[in-house]
Design a protein around this ligand. Structure first.
Ligand SMILES: NC(=O)c1ccc[n+]([C@@H]2O[C@H](COP(=O)([O-])OP(=O)(O)OC[C@H]3O[C@@H](n4cnc5c(N)ncnc54)[C@H](O)[C@@H]3O)[C@@H](O)[C@H]2O)c1
Length: 343
């Protein structure tokens, strides 16, 4: 069987904790040929740690005859440039989320994909979770009717990431919404069938993170230079009449983290995390609870396998770039609705 030869660009947290270990587990169908980081020590150390033969500091050096595809794990600011360059060089791309910082950047990535004929995959891994897969199937089998109202919350209790560049607007394009909320927003849009959005209204806050005496459970950060949102509320209307009520936070004053998504259809509803199906059937209201099967596959492994198989031509990647672009467009519209101010 042909192996996909993959280069890793950006050798930080997500590359080392998720992409590299998962690709190593799939060594029958993929090999890691090179790793690149602008920080030479990071690139060298990661190469040594994972036994990768080539380490570079310039991503263009990864684009050579020994590599078929790249996984892009840099800060958000560089996603569009590196993706377009890799596609133009004839490589397939798995780009970390968010796809890019603006819709215009996403469009350029899609144009590069269309010119190259290569795969452009975006790592919205929540879609690969068992609950998300089951919910999508239940909807496609008309178990709840057409979903018209969705509610999504991606709420962390006092967990602003205290590492990397997550609180740097210049490099990331925003905070809690573009980094964390994007997952639940993307998942909601996908489960609703990605209808066109017609109205987006939102408010972005960073009141809490500006206060130096606040408890943070994920390390420390500079309160003075913190210039991104840490809490966002939004309401989105769609052309098919559906709506989404959305809230995300890195730093909420709540008792515990809350990651939830629920959808209402004409004759039933679905809650995710944990998955529940609520239906009107046989003259009764039935609520079906789910349980995990032992030995189920890890979503990161499923995502990587789907990427490899889509590059080798046997599958389509589940997250379409056009859908990921809609997520970016709505994120941008929420920030614009908030007049780019942080309250
Ligand atoms: N899917 C998820 O749940 C998830 C989780 C964490 C991070 N991410 C995404 O992954 C990306 C990276 O996040 P991270 O947590 O690994 O950050 P990180 O700061 O730990 O690592 C980023 C690395 O990229 C390097 N880098 C910066 N510019 C570069 C360039 N031009 N070329 C090559 N290397 C460059 C940095 O030196 C750093 O080592 C972000 O886009 C983030 O949104 C996704």
């Amino acid at each position: 069987m042909k192996k996909l030869r993959i280069g890793i660009i950006g050798a930080g947290g997500i590359a080392q904790s998720r992409h590299i270990p998962v690709l190593m587990k799939l060594s029958e169908s993929a090999s890691i040929t090179a790793i690149c980081d602008v920080n030479e020590d990071t690139a060298q150390l990661a190469a040594k740690k994972f036994g990768i033969s080539s380490a570079f500091t310039d991503y263009k050096e990864v684009f050579n005859e020994k590599t078929d595809a790249v996984v892009i794990c840099t800060p958000n600011k560089f996603h569009a440039e590196i993706t377009a360059a890799a596609l133009e060089a004839g490589l397939h791309v798995l780009c970390e989320k968010p796809m890019a910082m603006t819709e215009e950047e996403c469009r350029k990535m899609i144009e590069a994909r269309d010119r190259s004929g290569k795969v452009l995959a975006i790592a919205y891994h929540y879609r690969f979770m068992k609950e998300a897969q089951a919910a999508k199937k239940l909807i496609s089998e008309n178990e709840i009717g057409t979903p018209f109202a969705a509610r999504a919350r991606a709420m962390r209790r006092r967990k602003v990431p205290g590492w990397g560049v997550f609180t740097n607007k210049e490099l990331q394009g925003g905070g809690s919404l573009i980094d964390y909320g994007c997952h639940l927003l993307d998942l909601s849009l996908w489960l609703l069938g990605n209808p066109a959005e017609t109205e987006v209204s939102g408010t972005a806050y960073n009141t809490l993170s500006k206060m130096p005496d606040q408890v943070n459970l994920w390390g420390s950060f500079d309160h003075q230079s913190f210039d991104v949102d840490d809490h966002v509320t939004a309401y989105i209307k769609f052309a098919n009449g559906a709506s989404l009520l959305f809230e995300t936070s890195w730093s909420a004053n709540i008792e515990r983290d809350d990651e939830s998504l629920s959808l209402s259809g004409q004759h039933g509803g679905i809650d995710l995390f944990p998955l529940r199906l609520n239906q009107s059937k046989y003259g009764m209201l039935l609520n079906t609870h789910s349980e995990w099967l032992p030995g189920e596959e890890d979503y990161a492994l499923t995502q990587a396998r789907n990427f490899i198989n889509s590059c080798l031509g046997s599958e389509e990647f589940m997250v379409k770039a056009e859908e990921a672009m809609q997520t970016t467009r709505i994120i941008d519209a929420i920030y614009s609705s908030s007049k780019r101010e942080l309250y």
